[in-house]
Design a protein around this ligand. Structure first.
Ligand code: PAF
Length: 292
């Protein structure tokens, strides 16, 4: 496994990907991204390096998963900086191969008529606010798995619902890829790293800290039970009127159903809010009702 700083090989077509993939020693890990890479992605690549002999990173801004055209249009595009980060410059982990196709390479016939459907798990939380989003995510993840043919695929815990759905898709459709979760990377003040943070003004960024603060408050109340978790997190959110909360939910990590009041055990506390024009999400795994 080489970590010497050097630009990873960049391929843009299916044929070039297939030729480059054939030369990679296995096992092969893939980290799928939409670009605008940050330390959260670097953590995924670092974990990929630990688990595989070769690391492929895909950079593809998938139009199929954007429900609002404006959100797609303003998504940051930073390919040169992304390639620099993936070269291992600055001591970060390096990728061996980068697949950065254009939409017509991934969808040669335009929007696909046949898609992967996320089902009921894709209709709650993020899916309730962004109908069709997870069908778009799963369709491109399935396509990229077929194109890259990885042994292992790494996904961030920050997108907990996406991670759950990818796991379910791999199991339900027998895709034969090991899915590995990587914990959320945070700035020292708690803000979860996200490509969307690039849109935050200095004031927005201050406001955005309320998401992680609310999750920490909820997590601290976990020994007291589900109601206490929800109340503690909601109280923090209510003290920041500049954050427009989309949802705050304490859910079962597998079914994403709201946990009942007397529930004890592992749960996910998830939040989504608009801060200025930017929609942010975050979550925290908690153990509800555990003794201190
Ligand atoms: O998490 C993301 O960046 C995207 O949803 C993914 C998995 C790369 C699919 O486009």
């Amino acid at each position: 496994m080489s970590t010497t700083p050097s630009a990873p090989r960049l391929v843009r077509t299916r044929a070039d990907l297939a030729a480059a993939r054939a030369e990679l020693p296995g096992p092969v890990a893939v980290v799928m991204t939409m670009g605008a890479l940050h330390a959260g992605h670097a953590a995924l690549v670092a974990e990929a390096r630990r688990r595989a002999a070769s690391v492929v990173v895909t950079i593809f801004l998938n139009p199929l998963q954007f429900t609002a055209g404006a959100d797609l249009a303003r998504y940051p595009r930073t390919l040169d900086a992304d390639l620099e980060l993936l070269s291992g410059a600055g001591g970060g982990p390096a990728a061996d191969l980068v697949f950065a196709p254009s939409p017509d390479v991934v969808y040669p016939d335009g929007d696909p008529g046949v898609r992967v459907t996320a089902g009921a798990l894709g209709e709650v939380l993020e899916g309730a606010s962004r109908p069709g989003h997870f069908d778009g995510v799963l369709t491109v993840v399935a396509k990229l798995m077929h194109l890259v043919r990885p042994d292992v695929a790494l996904f961030g815990q920050k997108d907990a619902q996406q991670l759950l759905l990818v796991r379910r898709m791999v199991r339900d459709l027998d895709l034969g890829v090991e899915v590995v979760a990587v914990p959320t990377e945070r700035d020292p003040d708690g803000l979860a790293l996200s490509s969307r943070n690039a849109h935050l003004s200095p004031l927005d960024r201050e406001v955005a800290l309320v998401l992680s603060r609310a999750l920490r408050a909820g997590g601290a109340a976990a020994p007291e039970g589900a109601s206490a978790v929800r109340r503690a997190a909601r109280d923090v959110l209510q003290r920041e009127p500049l954050a427009r909360v989309d949802y705050l939910a304490l859910v079962d990590p597998e079914s994403l159903a709201d946990v009942p009041e007397h529930f004890r055990g592992p749960a996910t506390l998830a939040v989504a809010a608009h801060v200025g024009p930017t929609r942010l999400i975050d979550n925290l795994p908690v153990v509800v009702g555990a003794r201190r």
